[in-house]
Design a protein. Structure first.
Length: 210
């Protein structure tokens, strides 16, 4: 009998996880059963339980693996970049373009936002969601700090506060895009960039008005 490779096991696990995400996005965490997930994946219930002990473990894995990662993708490897605003523009553009793939958005982002509601009742989910926020926050805070050091951002605002507001805007636009596809995210992007650039000019304008 041929030996089952680690690659095959991982592929099968990913198949079940992808199926779970599709089910969660369509039916929600609590309405979805292990039988639903197995059927979506095209495997038996018994096989699904070989990879995950139950639905709670799958939910935790889904939240961990399918968390919003646009900030990580765009800014994670950009420590040496000089133009802070170009990086912010890249971040917003990446988000907007993925909403063109509506099916993908509904299958992943919808599940991710459901995890926020689940975080209100499940401490383990809350820890994962908050930890991911903090990881992204660290990237954005470092970016803002670099922008202040190069005089691209006003030093009048604490970098930590700017980072949290920037992430709140980022997530807010994502949620708008998920709930209402008629929202013009391209125009929202321009407003967001104008607001962020406003932070850079706030100090000079304040001094000018004195």
């Amino acid at each position: 009998m041929p030996k089952v490779t680690d690659a095959h096991l991982e592929q099968r696990r990913q198949q079940i996880l992808d199926a779970a995400v599709a089910c969660f996005a369509r039916e929600g965490f609590h309405q979805t059963t292990m039988a639903d997930i197995a059927a979506q994946a095209g495997v038996s219930d018994t096989l699904a339980y070989r990879y995950f002990s139950g639905k709670s473990e799958i939910i935790e894995a889904a939240v961990r693996e399918y968390g919003d990662t646009a900030v990580d993708r765009v800014l994670g490897d950009s420590d040496e970049a000089d133009d802070v605003f170009s990086l912010v523009d890249m971040l917003l553009t990446t988000d907007i373009r993925r909403f063109e793939r509506r099916e993908e958005v509904e299958a992943t982002m919808g599940m991710y936002f459901q995890s926020w509601a689940e975080a209100l009742r499940d401490d383990s989910i809350r820890e994962q969601v908050v930890e991911h926020w903090r990881q992204q926050f660290g990237i954005v805070e470092a970016l803002v700090t670099r922008g202040q050091a190069t005089a691209q951002f006003s030093p009048d605002f604490e970098a930590r506060a700017v980072a949290w507001v920037a992430l709140a805007t980022h997530y807010g636009l994502n949620l708008l895009g998920v709930l209402d596809p008629t929202v013009d995210l391209e125009k929202c992007k321009k407003v967001s960039l104008a607001m962020i650039r406003g932070l850079a000019t706030a100090r000079s304008q304040s001094q000018h008005n004195r």
